[in-house]
Ligand binder design. Structure first.
Ligand SMILES: NC(=O)C1=CN([C@@H]2O[C@H](COP(=O)(O)OP(=O)(O)OC[C@H]3O[C@@H](n4cnc5c(N)ncnc54)[C@H](O)[C@@H]3O)[C@@H](O)[C@H]2O)C=CC1
Ligand SMILES: O=C(O)[C@@H]1CCC=N1
Length: 262
C-alpha cells in the first residue's frame, strides 16, 4: 500500500530523509515537500524530480505530515498548516527539544509521532528513535515501520526518553566524523593519500559498527580481539584512557542532553 507523505521545510534533515526514501523509486510519486520559498524548494528538488510547493493546502492529500522546520518554529508551523491537514493524518515532528505535550496543545485529538533521525538515513543506514501519542495505533506504527525501515533502524520508546535521543542518534554522527577526520589527518601525516585515508578510516568505523550489530558481542570483547598482548594497539588504548576518551564522549552527550530542554 502506498501513503502520501508531505514534508514541511526544505532543510538539511528533510533533504537526507527524502534522499533516502527516493532510493525506493516507487516512492517518488508519494512525496511532496512544502515550504515558504519556491526558489529554495526548486534548488532542494534538483536531481530529485518530486513535487515541491509553497501551497500548504496540498498537505490535505497527505496521510503522513513530517514537520522538518527548525525546532523553534515547529509549533508555529503545526499551527499554520493544521487547517490544511486531514483529521486522521499522522503528524510527525523531527524537532529536537519539542515535546508531544506541546504538540498536542496545537493538535489535540490528532495522531502525533516524535521522531529523532540521523543524517545516515540518506544512505539507508540511519537510525530513528520514535515516540507516539495515545492516538497512534499499532497499525499506524506498522505503517511507519514499513516506510522508515527502508532508510533506518527504527526504535520505539516512551516519550520521556526522547530528550536523550539526539545525543545517541541525531547528533552522534558528528563524534564519528571528528574521529574519522583525526584518523585521516594522522594517516596523511604518515604519507597516506588524503582520499585513501578517509576511505580507510570510514570503512574501519563501518566495520566496527557492523561487528557490534552482527556478533551482538559486548564492545569490550571485540576490543580484546584486537589488543594483542604486548602489542601496539593496547598502547593506543592506554593513551585514549589517559586522555579521557570515553569520559569525553559521555560529557559531550551530557552537554547535548542539557541543551535539549525537553
Ligand atoms: N540536521 C540534523 O542532523 C538533524 C536535525 N533534526 C531536526 O530537524 C529540524 C531541522 O534541522 P536542520 O534540517 O538541521 O535545519 P535547517 O536549517 O537545514 O532546516 C530548517 C528548515 O526549516 C525552514 N523553516 C524555518 N522556519 C520555517 C517556517 N516558519 N515555515 C517554513 N519553513 C521554515 C528553513 O527555511 C529551513 O529550510 C530541527 O528541528 C532539528 O532539531 C533532527 C535530527 C537530526
Ligand atoms: O543540532 C541539533 O540541534 C539537531 C538535532 C540533532 C541534530 N541536529
Amino acid at each position: 500500500m502506498s501513503y502520501r507523505i508531505g514534508f514541511i521545510g526544505a532543510g538539511k534533515m528533510v533533504n537526507h530523509i527524502v534522499k533516502g526514501l527516493l532510493k525506493s523509486p516507487e516512492m517518488k510519486d508519494d512525496i511532496i515537500v512544502t515550504g515558504r520559498n519556491q526558489q529554495k524548494l526548486d534548488k532542494f528538488n534538483e536531481g530529485k524530480g518530486i513535487e515541491v510547493s509553497t501551497d500548504y493546502s496540498l498537505l490535505s492529500e497527505c496521510d503522513i505530515i513530517v514537520n522538518g522546520v527548525s525546532s523553534d518554529q515547529t509549533l508555529h508551523v503545526f499551527n499554520k498548516v493544521r487547517a490544511y491537514t486531514r483529521e486522521d493524518a499522522i503528524h510527525i515532528s523531527i524537532a529536537a527539544g519539542v515535546s508531544i505535550d506541546e504538540m498536542e496543545t496545537i493538535l489535540p485529538q490528532h495522531k502525533i509521532v516524535r521522531n529523532m533521525p540521523n543524517i545516515a538515513v540518506s544512505v539507508q543506514e540511519g537510525v530513528m528513535v520514535m515516540a507516539a501519542n495515545a492516538h497512534i495505533s499499532d497499525e499506524d506504527k506498522e505503517t511507519l515501520d514499513e516506510i522508515f525501515n527502508r532508510i533506518a533502524a527504527v526504535a520505539w520508546v516512551e516519550e520521556p526518553l526522547m530528550k536523550y535521543a539526539p545525543s545517541l542518534t541525531g547528533s552522534s554522527p558528528t563524534y564519528t566524523f571528528l574521529m574519522i577526520e583525526a584518523m585521516a589527518d594522522k594517516a596523511v601525516s604518515a604519507g597516506f593519500p588524503r582520499q585513501q585515508a578517509y576511505m580507510l578510516a570510514a570503512q574501519a568505523v563501518v566495520g566496527a559498527g557492523k561487528l557490534v550489530l552482527e556478533t551482538e558481542s559486548h564492545p569490550a570483547v571485540l576490543k580484546d580481539q584486537i589488543t594483542t598482548s604486548g602489542g601496539s594497539t593496547i598502547q593506543g588504548v592506554m593513551e585514549l584512557e589517559n586522555n579521557g576518551f570515553r569520559k569525553s564522549v559521555i560529557q559531550a552527550m551530557e552537554a547535548i542532553n542539557n541543551a535539549n530542554k525537553k
